[in-house]
Design a protein around this ligand. Structure first.
Ligand code: NAD
Ligand code: GLY
Length: 359
């Protein structure tokens, strides 16, 4: 097992990464501070892994909340179901919430933990590749609004992240590929060497070779931990983690939550950001081709859905947390391995990318 640390003073916490971690009771119980524990998961994950967690909690007052599965349920209504359970069970401020699931469950479990009695203990057990490399680390929590993705939320760090790579065995190929989109993101924004490693190893990653997979998760979490330690509340460098996300969130909102997986939308968004970076004179044609090729090899979509006109796309992009005074700002690439901070982009350049991408 490898242990990384997100260094945030008194709120520092470990990320445990390795095989068979769900069978280790102590990894979990050492972070639980009272007898009251609620496990939040969904109806797809519960039959697979809920018992593995509950088995370590004999002697605790355990409650489970099993939510419906899907991005379309990442709502305030679902979070309210968690509050209902906590209140009905008379859970107090020293209770612990365990989020067992992908990014949807992690984001909602974290948000419920931040709000319930102004903050209870929160543990992340991420079960998708995307959640293990990105969403479970860093304390961004929240829900979607019909007018904008992740628009309601809070920064709230977990006490620990337990990433058991064995749970990825049950993930379907589409979800697995979606996680690779965020892995590729780390190479693009801050590590050329890792990007090259991904080019060389994408096939064995897709075959889910455990050694390669564990390495990719460790590298990704290490980079995320460094960024979060430097800029927890996204005043600067943390925004680079949003490469491709302004485009991606527009696709998710515009096409209806759940139509494109988050990672798929990020893959398309990153290709659009790469195209825009070339138009701004940063990347060359070969760089853009390398980026698109890697996403394609990872079985990810690279083209924007034709249903979204460029006008509608740009309108959707005006609802983004990086925007200032209504001005659209995106992360671009100066080079493979080096992202810019958010840059204002004019509608003309955006339209050019949206209409002529790949040309
Ligand atoms: P998800 O949580 O919807 O999980 C994907 C699917 O896989 C679901 O159907 C789920 O039930 C299923 N699943 C989960 N684990 C499984 C397993 N081990 N075996 C079989 N099936 C399993 O999606 P996701 O891609 O994990 O997360 C996407 C969400 O994460 C989005 O809402 C996105 O906004 C959010 N996100 C948040 C952050 C952050 O920093 N907080 C970062 C990136 C993404
Ligand atoms: N996924 C973006 C962030 O955590 O900042």
């Amino acid at each position: 097992m490898k242990t990384l640390t997100v260094v945030l003073g008194e709120r520092s916490y470990p990320i445990y990464i390795g095989e068979n971690l769900l069978s280790e009771a102590d990894l979990l119980t050492r972070h639980i501070k009272s007898k009251q524990v609620v496990v939040v998961t969904n109806e797809n994950i519960a039959p697979l892994y809920l018992q593995n967690v509950l088995t370590h909690l004999d002697g605790y007052q355990i409650e489970s909340v099993i939510l419906p599965d899907g991005e379309q349920f990442k709502t305030l209504n679902s979070v309210n179901v968690i509050f209902d359970k906590l209140l009905a069970s008379k859970f107090s401020r020293n209770a612990t919430l365990i989020a067992l699931g992908g990014g949807v469950i992690g984001d909602m479990g974290g948000f419920a933990s931040a709000c319930y009695q102004r903050g209870i203990t929160f543990i992340q057990i991420p079960t998708t590749l995307l959640a293990q490399v990105d969403s479970s680390v860093g304390g961004k929590t929240g829900v979607n609004h019909s007018l904008g993705k992740n628009m309601i939320g809070a920064f709230y760090q977990p006490q620990a992240v337990i990433a058991d790579v064995d749970v990825l065995d049950t993930l379907d190929n589409r979800q697995f590929a979606a996680g690779l989109a965020e892995v590729i993101k780390y190479g693009l924004i801050r590590n050329l060497e890792f990007f090259v490693w991904l080019e060389e190893n994408i096939d064995i990653l897709l075959a889910r070779d455990k050694i390669a997979l564990t390495y990719a998760i460790e590298q990704s979490c290490q980079m995320k931990a460094e960024v979060v330690a430097e800029d927890e509340h996204e005043g600067g460098v943390r925004a680079t983690l949003n490469l491709g996300h302004t485009f991606g969130h527009a696709i998710e909102t515009g096409m209806g939550y759940g139509t494109f997986l988050h990672g798929e939308a990020v893959a398309i968004g990153t290709c659009l950001a790469a195209d825009l970076s070339k138009r701004k004179g940063f990347l060359n044609t070969n760089d853009v081709a390398r980026i698109i090729t890697l996403f394609e090899r990872a079985n990810l979509p690279v083209k924007s859905p034709t249903e979204l006109t460029s006008e509608r796309f740009i309108d959707l992009m005006t609802v983004d947390k990086k925007n200032v005074d209504g001005e659209i700002r995106v992360i671009l690439l100066e080079a493979i391995g080096k992202a810019t901070l958010p840059m204002a982009v004019d509608n003309l350049s955006l339209t050019e990318t949206l209409q002529n991408y790949g040309r």
